[in-house]
Design a protein around this ligand. Structure first.
Ligand code: DGL
Length: 291
């Protein structure tokens, strides 16, 4: 099984795309609802909660975990890969959702029906909308500097947006927030040219149409769920030992550190199939503190 970790429900937008692309692959989803949102937490808290979540998924039998949460990936992934995995789980792997986005923007054309001139015209400016912790981590800036150094990046923190979406607020509440954050990002760019945008929080794809409505017409929104699914598919092709393709329909198990009934009820807004959340089994819960 492949583990998918998020602070709450947002990672279900990633799971949906993964499951669609890899229908024979089983997944175990873990939402750390008891400790969400992560976006306003300190670096140390986010690292520790993410480490515990990944250890729990390893304890449930996963050997590969996707951090389907920009905040967790931005703040914790590199440290987990460099300091923790080699000592505690040298044969397990952990991947995130940031690098696939930057690779897409750095190497690929604008859209599926791109013409030759689209290929020739590389994007010059990138906007990133994300939680406060993701912006403060500088992880997107770091990845852009490494993989697409000519790209100018503009970041916009959107405090409370993920929490408002997760709470099920209606569009009348969410739209003015999105309009304000888009306006603040555009105000950072002198000539107003915004080629590509990353909705760098797994909740934001649910209100992509609101971002679309307020962004300039020719700004491309890069889909994180699709891109993460492409990237995982390519990774499994290179690492066949990590995949466990079985019969259809493949199993999807969902666990929460919070209230399973509430998590199940809210999941329908993020995932197209019925998904029942369960409390963590005791053996997995113990992994959280002992790994
Ligand atoms: N899912 C998280 C992300 O992608 C945002 C929610 C939170 O703040 O916990 O950044």
């Amino acid at each position: 099984m492949i583990g998918v970790f998020d602070s709450g429900h947002g990672g279900l937008t990633i799971l949906e795309a993964l499951q669609h692309r890899l229908p024979r692959q089983g997944f175990i989803y873990l939402g750390d609802h008891a400790n969400a949102p992560y976006g306003q937490r300190s670096t140390e808290e986010i690292y520790e909660l993410t480490r515990q979540g990944v250890a729990t998924l390893f304890g449930l039998g996963c050997t590969l975990v996707i951090l389907a949460c920009n905040t967790a990936a931005a703040v914790a992934l590199r440290r987990l890969q460099q300091e923790w995995l080699p000592h505690h789980f040298p044969h397990h792997r952990c991947l995130g959702v940031l690098v696939p986005m930057i690779e897409e923007i750095a190497h690929n054309p604008w859209h599926a029906s791109a013409t030759e001139s689209d290929w020739a015209r590389a994007p010059e400016t990138l906007g990133v909308f994300a939680t406060r912790a993701t912006v403060a981590s500088g992880a997107y800036v770091h990845e852009v500097a490494k993989r697409a150094p000519r790209l100018k990046i503009f970041q916009q923190a959107c405090p409370d947006l993920a929490g408002t979406i997760e709470a099920g607020a209606d569009e009348g509440v969410i739209e003015p927030m999105v309009a304000r954050y888009v306006g603040e990002l555009l105000a950072q760019i002198e000539d107003g040219r915004l080629d590509s945008v990353v909705l760098g929080c797994t909740h934001y794809p649910l209100v992509e149409h609101l971002f679309r409505a307020h962004l300039p017409e020719n700004t491309r929104i890069v889909s994180q769920p699709q891109r993460t699914a492409d990237s995982l598919t390519a990774y499994l092709f290179r690492h066949p030992e990590m995949k466990r393709f079985g019969a259809l329909p493949a199993e999807i198990r969902a666990y929460t550190t919070g209230d399973p009934a509430l998590a199940t009820q809210l999941a329908s807004r993020f995932f197209s199939r019925h998904l029942a959340f369960h409390a963590l089994p005791h053996h997995a819960d113990r992994m959280r503190t002992h790994a």
